[in-house]
Design a protein around this ligand. Sequence first.
Ligand SMILES: [Zn+2]
Ligand SMILES: [Zn+2]
Ligand SMILES: [Zn+2]
Ligand SMILES: [Zn+2]
Length: 126
Amino acid sequence: MSHATAQNPVDPKDILIEDPSETDCNVCGKQCPSKQCLERHMCLVHNGYCDVCNQRIDNEDAEAHGLKHNGLKPVQCDTCFKLFSSRSGFVNHVTKDLMCLLCNKTFTVTSRAKHLRLHNMRLHYI
Ligand SMILES: [Zn+2]
Ligand SMILES: [Zn+2]
Ligand SMILES: [Zn+2]
Ligand SMILES: [Zn+2]
C-alpha cells in the first residue's frame, strides 16, 4: 500500500487567463493584437520614436520607416509596422499575452507549456 501522492491543488489550465490589460490604442483606437504590439505602436506611431534605430522619425511616415529596417524581413505588422523575418516570428508578436494567476507574470502563448511545467514542479512542494 502506498500513501497518497500529493494532489495537484490547481488545475494548470485554471491558473492561466488572458491578460486583461487593454490592448486597444487609446490615441487612435486601433486594436492591437497584443501588448507587445501596442507598446511598439505607441512608440513608433504616436511618439515618433523608432526603437530599432533609436531615433526620432517625426517627419517620416511610420509605415515607410518600418520598411527601412526590412533587410531580410519580409513580414510587416500592419499595426506597429515592425518587421519580421518569418511568419512564426510575426505570429508570436501578435499573440495575446497570458497572465498566470499564481505568479502574476505575463507571457506569450508559445511559452505557456514551459511556464506550466515550472509550476507543476513547484506545486508538488506546496
Ligand atoms: Zn494608435
Ligand atoms: Zn505589431
Ligand atoms: Zn528605425
Ligand atoms: Zn506562473
